[in-house]
Write a new protein. Structure first.
Length: 328
C-alpha cells in the first residue's frame, strides 16, 4: 500500500476494466431515475444504493468502500469499510469512493445535475474523508500551479485567477451552493462584480463545471460534503484543474470521527493530490439532465438511454458513453 510505483498502480486498475465502472454508475442512475420528481429523497437514494451494491458484484476486484453511505451503524449498504466486488481475497485490491445518488433532493424535485458517481484507486490513494463539511476552492485546467489558495480571501483568489486569465475580477464566474451559510461569501463576490452561479445542490457537478468552458464557470467556492470533495478531486485529477479543501468540524464528535479515520492535522489545507493520489478512475452517470451529463430517458420505443463519463488519471482519457437499454 502506498509504496507501489505508478506503473504497478496502473496495472492494478487495468485489471478492473475501467469501462466496467460505467455499468455500476449506470445501474444506480437507472434505479434512481424511476424516482425522479416523486418527492421521496430516501426512496431514490435507497434504490440507487441497492442497484450500485449489486452491480459491484460483477466486477473482478477485491474492493473496499472508503467513502460511502456512512458508517456501518448508520448505513445498511455501501457503508465505509464494506467489501465490494466479485473477487474478495483474489482480485486486485481497490479502494472505492462512491455516492450512488449525488443530489437526493435534486432527484426528488426533478432538478438539474443529479448523478450516480464513483471513484476507484489503488488501495490507500483516496482520502478516507469523514462525513463532515469541507471548505472547497476549485479552478479548471490551464492556470499556473498555486493560482488558488484557501488560506487567502475569496477576493484575493478571484483576483489571482482573473490576472492569470487576463480578465477583470468582475469577469470571473463563481459557482456556489445556495445556502444561508454562504451569504457573506456571495456578498463579497458580488461586491467585486463576479457573476455568482447559485446551485441548489450537487457540488460534485459544480466543481467539475470549472473544467468545462461551456459552463462559463471559472471557479467553485464554498462548503459542502467532504466525501463529495474527494469524488470531485478524482475527476479533476483526470481532466485537470486545481483544488484546495479544508475539513470543517462543527463539534467534538465530528473531530473524533476524523481522528478515527487517521486524520491528525484537523486544520490542514488539502490539495488535489492529497485527496486523490496516484492513478484513479472517475465514473458518473446522469440521473437528471445537467452540465456534465444528460439524465436517464425512458423512450416510447421501450428503450431507455443513459449518459455516462469514465475517465482515468494516468492516461487522461475521457470516455463519454451513451447506453441504450431495454426497459424491463
Ligand atoms: O445540503 P448541505 O448540508 O449544504 O450539503 C451539501 C452537500 O449536499 C449535496 O448538495 C447533495 O448531497 P446528497 O447526495 O446527500 O443529496 C452535495 O452535493 C453537497 O456536497
Ligand atoms: Mn452527495
Amino acid at each position: 500500500m502506498g509504496k507501489s510505483s505508478s506503473v504497478e498502480a496502473s496495472s492494478v486498475l487495468d485489471r478492473v476494466l475501467v469501462l466496467e465502472m460505467v455499468r455500476v454508475t449506470e445501474a444506480a442512475a437507472i434505479a434512481a431515475s424511476k424516482l425522479v420528481g416523486r418527492g421521496d429523497e430516501k426512496a431514490a437514494d435507497a434504490a440507487a444504493v441497492e442497484a450500485m451494491r449489486k452491480a459491484f458484484d460483477n466486477l473482478y476486484m477485491d474492493g473496499t468502500v472508503v467513502i460511502g453511505e456512512g458508517e456501518r451503524d448508520e448505513a445498511p449498504m455501501l457503508f465505509i469499510g464494506e467489501k465490494v466486488g466479485g473477487a474478495p481475497g483474489r482480485g486486485p485490491k481497490i479502494d472505492i469512493a462512491l455516492d450512488p445518488l449525488e443530489g437526493t433532493t435534486i432527484t426528488a424535485k426533478a432538478g438539474p445535475n443529479a448523478l450516480a458517481v464513483l471513484a476507484a484507486a489503488e488501495e490507500g490513494n483516496l482520502l478516507n474523508a469523514p462525513d463532515v463539511y469541507m471548505e472547497k476552492l476549485a479552478v479548471g485546467p490551464g492556470y499556473p500551479p498555486g493560482v488558488i489558495d484557501l488560506a487567502k480571501t475569496p477576493t484575493e483568489n478571484v483576483e489571482a485567477v482573473a490576472r492569470a486569465k487576463g480578465v477583470a475580477p468582475s469577469d470571473i464566474i463563481v459557482c456556489v451552493l445556495d445556502r444561508p451559510r454562504h451569504e457573506k461569501l456571495i456578498a463579497e463576490l458580488r461586491a467585486i462584480g463576479c457573476g455568482v452561479v447559485l446551485i441548489g445542490d450537487g457540488d460534485v457537478a459544480g466543481v467539475i463545471a470549472t473544467t468545462n468552458p461551456e459552463t462559463t464557470i471559472d471557479m467553485y467556492m464554498g462548503s459542502g460534503g467532504a466525501p463529495e470533495g474527494v469524488l470531485a478531486c478524482a475527476a479533476l485529477r483526470c481532466v485537470g484543474g486545481q483544488f484546495n479543501g479544508k475539513l470543517l468540524f462543527r463539534n467534538d464528535d465530528e473531530r473524533a470521527r476524523a481522528r478515527k479515520w487517521g486524520i491528525d492535522d484537523l486544520d490542514r489545507i488539502y490539495k488535489l493530490e492529497d485527496l486523490a493520489k496516484g492513478d484513479c478512475i472517475f465514473a458518473a452517470t446522469g440521473v437528471t439532465d445537467g452540465s456534465l451529463l444528460d439524465g436517464v430517458k425512458r423512450l416510447a420505443t421501450g428503450k431507455m438511454t443513459t449518459h455516462s463519463v469514465v475517465m482515468r488519471a494516468s492516461s487522461g482519457t475521457v470516455r463519454w458513453v451513451k447506453g441504450e437499454h431495454r426497459i424491463k
